[in-house]
Design a protein around this ligand. Structure first.
Ligand code: MG
Length: 255
């Protein structure tokens, strides 16, 4: 058997077979127990955008490798440090302003990774979400399941509550999702936030405009928002927060 290895044409044929196997082997979605960077990602050709399939593989690896969680937790650590430092300072300023933080929900306080994977990074608004293999998961149905899981932001939430800092949730989810969203937050372990979760009334302007107005209204009631945490820039722009904290989300974009 070994004797044919030094034989050049056979060796070339073997490499050729390996190449074909790598290119044509069926796509297997990485799981935490089966997490490896893909070696067969197509390279971006000069002057062309990168291949979408390759990008999806990179995103799955970013998540399953733990790099996403690490990057996420670093931001939460910074936010915790800031809140721990600023809360007693604010009390000494004695302007009667109550300390508060604002948290976004999706991909900030709750992870929708299960839906994101079921939809292969697409956005499918309507239709059922059975989570059966090879079926897509409609976003409305997914949110009604109230099965999104907690993210590391829960550490910041609990620290803020421990320090008597009010926590407000502001989310671009539709107002019809009020009960399911609050139920999901409770099931994920959040408890003791201030006010009902603030959701975006249907057809009300931009996400950024809605969120900015909601923070302004909170500050007008005598709160000082010391930290605003979100995964999208539309969560964070517009002011009415002393400091903003952007957690990573390369999986989707909300203008
Ligand atoms: Mg979000």
């Amino acid at each position: 058997v070994l004797s044919f290895w030094p034989n050049m044409p056979h060796k070339t044929a073997c490499w050729g077979a390996l190449f074909l196997a790598l290119v044509f082997c069926p796509r297997v979605h990485a799981t935490d127990s089966d997490c490896a960077p893909k070696t067969n990602e197509p390279l971006a050709e000069i002057g062309q955008p990168p291949n979408l399939g390759g990008l999806k593989d990179q995103l799955r690896y970013y998540k399953c490798s733990g790099a996403y969680d690490r990057d996420f937790s670093q931001v939460i650590d910074q936010a915790i440090s800031y809140v721990v430092k600023r809360t007693p300072e604010l009390a000494k300023e004695s302007k009667g302003r109550k300390p508060a933080i604002v948290l976004d929900i999706d991909e900030t306080s709750l992870s929708n990774w299960v839906e994101i994977q079921a939809d292969d990074f697409g956005r499918i608004l309507n239709g059922p979400c059975t989570l059966e293999e090879d079926y897509p998961c409609g976003e409305v149905a997914w949110q009604q399941r109230a099965e999104a899981t907690k993210l590391d932001t829960i550490r910041l939430f609990n620290k803020a509550r421990e320090l008597n800092v009010a926590v407000f949730f502001i989310s671009g989810r539709p107002a019809s999702m009020q009960n399911a969203t609050e139920q999901n937050l409770v099931l994920a372990g959040y408890s003791g936030w201030t006010d009902p979760v603030k959701l975006r009334p249907d057809n009300q302007g931009s996400v950024e405009g809605f969120k900015t107005a909601a923070r302004k209204e909170i500050e007008n009631r005598g709160y000082k928002i010391i930290a605003n945490v979100g995964d999208q820039y539309s969560d964070l722009r517009g002011g009415y927060a002393e400091q903003v904290f952007k957690v990573p989300n390369p999986f989707y974009f909300i203008p």
